[in-house]
Write a protein that binds this ligand. Structure first.
Ligand code: DC
Length: 259
């Protein structure tokens, strides 16, 4: 494991403890609310989404985990890249769902936890391809809308949450950061030995993933027009969460009351 922790990651990990211990400021529970967070890999999206959800008393959905689970299913079945129909049928049959008693919720396929498998390098290398498949995306979009119907107080993060899945979300965020900073965060997060992968190599991988994510036909990574754009490059994670919580609470005040 690398001991060479960058300033960016030090801030991310040090601040995490402070904020998760902070007081939750729940949004009113008498109205459904969905907050979307989109953006490229390495912007701190998952961490801030989770912390924002905890702070506001909302559930947290990691939609990337669903695409990663589909990649696990593709590997386990040894499907070729052109066996799209077979893959989608298997994913539908697996009935991907989350165990909401865990924090963060863990993902299951065929009622079996697969969380421990979804972050492997093999899965990370395949998932960008899996996420380009329109038929699969349509299934995921349907599932994500069902999840919101069942968990109507939700912070959801991914690439298409504000643009495609929940275009009427109460609050939309788009997180971004310089590719070099995102690459360094990823190296630190995965504990990669700098002699086995340089910052330049990681940066090239990240830029390639961004390219695949933002050029696909269906649900490309875009910043929705009505999203609040946050550049996390020079911000501590707590500052990002503070800013997002402030925007959200201001917006919630303006939402119509429900009985
Ligand atoms: O956020 P992540 O690295 O776990 O996402 C894994 C992959 O899934 C990544 O290639 C982007 C893709 N993805 C997507 O296309 N749409 C989403 N809503 C979430 C993730």
């Amino acid at each position: 494991m690398s001991t060479n922790t960058s300033p960016a990651t030090k801030t991310l990990t040090a601040k995490r403890q402070i904020t998760t211990q902070g007081n939750a400021t729940p949004v009113p529970s008498n109205q459904p609310i969905i907050i979307t967070i989109d953006g490229p890999a390495g912007t701190g999206k998952s961490t801030v989404a989770r912390m924002l959800a905890a702070r506001l008393g909302l559930d947290f959905l990691d939609t990337g985990a669903m695409y990663r689970a589909a990649a696990v299913i593709m590997l386990d079945n040894e499907f070729e890249k052109d066996q799209i129909g077979e893959l989608v049928s298997e994913v539908i049959g697996a009935d991907l769902h989350f165990d909401w008693s865990q924090d963060p919720p863990t993902i299951l396929a065929w009622d079996t936890p697969i969380d421990h498998r979804i972050r492997s390098q093999e899965v990370t290398d395949l998932v960008s391809y899996v996420a380009t498949l329109s038929e699969l995306r349509q299934h995921m979009v349907r599932k994500q809308r069902i999840i919101f119907a069942q968990h109507p107080h939700l912070v959801t993060e991914g690439r298409d949450q504000g643009s495609v899945v929940f275009p009427d979300a109460a609050v939309k965020f788009y997180l971004d950061a310089d590719p070099e900073i995102r690459a360094q965060r990823r190296i630190d997060q995965l504990g990669i030995d700098p002699t086995t992968m340089s910052l330049e190599d990681m940066c090239a991988r990240i830029v390639e993933r961004d390219r695949i994510d933002s050029t696909r036909n269906d649900g490309p990574l875009v910043c929705p027009d009505d999203a609040i754009r946050v550049d996390t490059s020079g911000l501590a994670i707590e500052e990002v969460v503070d800013l997002m919580a402030k925007h959200t609470l201001a917006r919630v005040k303006d939402l119509p009351e429900h009985d």
